[in-house]
Ligand binder design. Structure first.
Ligand code: NDP
Length: 249
């Protein structure tokens, strides 16, 4: 069994929690973090660190706690993220600091904190990107840009720190979590927006956190040993369709 630790940022709910649970089910030693106190539902084997990934000292502390408790870190999953629904014209300095601070700098902070030991002992980093980092979701300017940063950083780490470190990104589509529900709630008619989005999924359903967790665990495993520097879209086929509407034909 692999005894190295797995760090999952933003492990309290949604996709992060599903990732934590999947690694725990595999018998892995997991360190999870979030800004709040330890969630009551968290498996007792999980080391919980109350930390804010946007702060570089907190990122260092998360890695130190993982090393103190489990010896070394074999896998880092940068999942913590937030979104703010605004255009460039609507966005404030505070919006930039918050979204870029967590999604972009937070991912960078954790990578920088874990890489010195990973380049010695080997490991795998998986970053949560988004389909929004490849095509622009309307009124999500800073969020879209923060996820494009994550995709670029993923490739840089793979290139700069291979072969000891593999680094990949998973780019979810619509995954039913608090974040997705909040986004639908912003629509003029949330029910219609949901029905319209669902109709665009060749897979016939929205994604579930478990769909992303399965991909993350696979990328961390030895089965993915020749895969690095890639961004994997997991969206039920949403972005495979031509943007042209059938009425044009
Ligand atoms: P949720 O809002 O459900 O969960 C986000 C998690 O991140 C929570 O555990 C939250 O805990 C934590 N978090 C937020 N800010 C920080 C911070 N500064 N430091 C530490 N932890 C933090 O989001 P999802 O599960 O939906 O999304 C997870 C990831 O997947 C994100 O990166 C998101 O951008 C990405 N994604 C999600 C999609 C979706 O449809 N759901 C689509 C595409 C990408 P707390 O607030 O307590 O700190």
């Amino acid at each position: 069994m692999n005894r190295s630790a797995v760090i999952v940022t933003g492990g309290s709910r949604g996709i992060g929690l599903a990732i934590v649970e999947k690694f725990v089910a595999q018998g892995r030693q997991v360190v999870a973090c979030g800004r709040g106190v330890r969630p009551r539902h968290m498996d007792p084997s999980v080391e919980w660190v109350q930390a804010d990934v946007s702060k570089s000292d907190d990122a260092t502390y998360i890695v130190e706690r993982a090393v103190q408790r489990f010896g070394r870190v074999g896998v880092l999953v940068n999942n913590a993220g937030i979104q703010i629904e605004k255009t460039v014209m609507e966005s404030t300095d505070a919006d930039w600091d918050e979204v870029m601070g967590i999604n972009a700098r937070g991912t960078f902070n954790l990578c920088r904190a874990v890489l010195p030991s990973m380049v010695q002992c080997g490991g795998s980093i998986i970053n949560l990107g988004s389909i929004s980092g490849q095509t622009a979701d309307p009124s999500m300017a800073i969020y879209n840009a923060s996820k494009a940063f994550v995709h670029g950083l993923t490739r840089s780490i793979a290139v700069d720190h291979g072969p000891r470190v593999r680094c990949n990104a998973v780019c979810p589509g619509w995954i039913m979590t608090a974040m997705a529900e909040d986004a639908f709630a912003m629509a003029e008619n949330p029910e219609r927006a949901k029905a319209d989005a669902l109709a665009r999924h060749p897979a016939g359903r929205f994604g579930q956190p478990d769909d992303i967790a399965e991909t993350v665990v696979w990328l961390a495993s030895d089965a993915a040993r020749f895969i690095t520097g890639q961004c994997f879209v997991v969206d039920g086929g949403l972005t495979s369709a031509s943007p042209l509407q059938p009425r044009f034909f």
